[in-house]
Design a protein around this ligand. Sequence first.
Ligand code: ADP
Ligand code: MG
Length: 690
Amino acid sequence: MDIYSDIKYIVGVGPKMAEALNKCGIYNVLDLLLYFPRDYEQVSAGKSILECVESEKVIVECNVLNILKDLRLKNNKTLSTIVFTQGENKFKGKWFNQTYAKNSFKISNNYIITGKVNKFNGEITMMNPKIVKNTSMDTTNSIDTNNSVDTNKIIATYPLKNNVTNNFFNKIISDVLCNIEITEILPKWILEKYGFCSLDDATRNIHSPKSLELLNQSKRRLKFQELFTYSLKILMLKEFIKSHNEGIQFKIAPELTTLKGKLPYELTKAQSKVVREILIDQKKDKGMNRLLQGDVGSGKTIVAIITMFNVVKNGYQAAMMAPTEILAKQHYEEIQKVLKDFPLTIQLLCGSTSPKDKELIKRQLKEGTIDIIIGTHALIEDNVEFKNIGMIVTDEQHRFGVSQRNRFSNKGKNVDILVMTATPIPRTLSLYLYGDLDVSIIDELPPGRQTIDTSYESMDSSKKVYEFALNEIKKGRQVYIVCPLVEENEEMNLTSVQELYEKLKEGYFSSIEIGMVYGKVPSKQKNEIMDRFKAGEIKVLIATTVIEVGVNVPNATVMIIENSERFGLAQLHQLRGRVGRGVHKSYCILLANIKNKIVKKRLEVLIKSNDGFFIAEEDLKNRGAGELFGFKQSGESGLLLADVIEDFNILKLANSEAKQLLQSDNIEDIKVKNEILEKIDQSSNYICFN
Ligand code: ADP
Ligand code: MG
């Protein structure tokens, strides 16, 4: 077995399970090892079942003494019972109508199980116990024959779905760890300088920690490695761009003047300045690599349109990629409107484009008959080729990973690259994250924008808030309601999109048209709902953050955010930017647990300020409450463990060591560098340590 072995070769993984794991994104051993735990449960040493109190939810270690015959009860229920022992003590596990549950247990085997304790007449039972771990199979964690629990155990819990149980997952991970040795990748001098444990140890301890201390050491090392590789990649890219930076020398097309006269509005000073900066880049014989930052609603799209137009008028093609179909479609409509007087061929390519149209568009792109293409990730597929692409724009670039960005850029030779974001990343941080880019900033909103009336309300006042929304709808306006993403097994008191939709459809909004969009809704349906919302047919749109980026519906004036303490400030600010885009007075209402002083204080930043940069700085200052503050780059950036803000100090160190390594002419270092380079290239999906 090696890290690239298919998971179906792991003992116990049948075809069905392999399929379920594939659905979690796990195809080979490496994917499995990179599927990091969400959390850990600690089994306290020597916690005896006798010490547990009535109704307590516990994790205990025990042994199976006997599996009793199922009992058919009068009320048509079936009762299954297992007798467990823990040292001298006995207790029963019971299940109603789950006759299969007992099949996971074997007599005389040891398990760590969890469940709620019932104590009645001196008899102890646990209802519906679940296996956390089968400890009999696990040699490293074996327990004494006399069954006393004598070790502290930390058990990983994974964010699983599709019927993959935590117990099973832990089991295959420990099987894999028994059969594999992971080779070190970091140079020795780094390991020594920071006292890092080996990659092999770190991988073992992040999945199956021997102690809290080892777990923390492992996390620190893996985060460093991730950010080190990330930095190496950014720095190498910068180096590469410097040395290979031949660009296309575009002219300033005379038609630009015509276009200027036909724009639907006058550009703001800041927009004109940025257009100029980009045109200057285009005139140079060097390639452009520019990051355009501008708050929500500052008008970045038009800047992209104007500069893409110039490229097209020079005889080249231009492409623009957005993170969601909703957004791509919106850009497509906007660009058609702005450039309607010019005979250009503009097309849209998304995941939901029909196969027939896709084929046609791809052919036309290759033949060069399409001038401008707008699209989603569909644009970075391998078989999308251009005849002569001259400029590539990535919108909301923080939603894409470095490797996706690169794959997009590699669609052409010497192309000009513009990436745009509304996330105001403080300078100090952007230097490390986007070291390969020049930065332009739009620091002014178009005239006539009103400030959005922002307030918070406690979750119990939602009635008042919905009534207010209803009132606005009566005036002809529209409303967004945003809910946090709720994971299947989250037990907290959170409202999910579906729940709220049902509730409101039957309650407050029973007489009006409401719609719902979230990640899992198929894109065709999503588009339909968005179209109907834009057309004003749907009055209330209930959504997750899929609407966070860029959506533009000027008639929408109310943004209600449920459980707003779950979002980062920068994210809330982005959401707020969905309203206040038209002539009507707009409102943003943050529903939150404002009895909590910290929550209240944080939200006050938004009430006081409308400046995205200020809000981002405050967010950065107030961090410490972990995920509460959102902005986790994982997933999108390819970072699986590290968080660029929380782990900023590690990022700084990693960046400086990466520079050191790149400059080194020590043979060992060159070897390490090449190995990392090769691995980065091999599988661009992870920037992490593959
Ligand atoms: P973002 O920077 O968030 O991507 P958009 O490009 O979507 O912002 O622009 C937001 C809205 O502002 C759009 O409806 C756009 O047409 C409008 N807009 C952009 N620039 C101006 C301007 N100079 N004057 C008036 N409206 C503008
Ligand atoms: Mg935008």
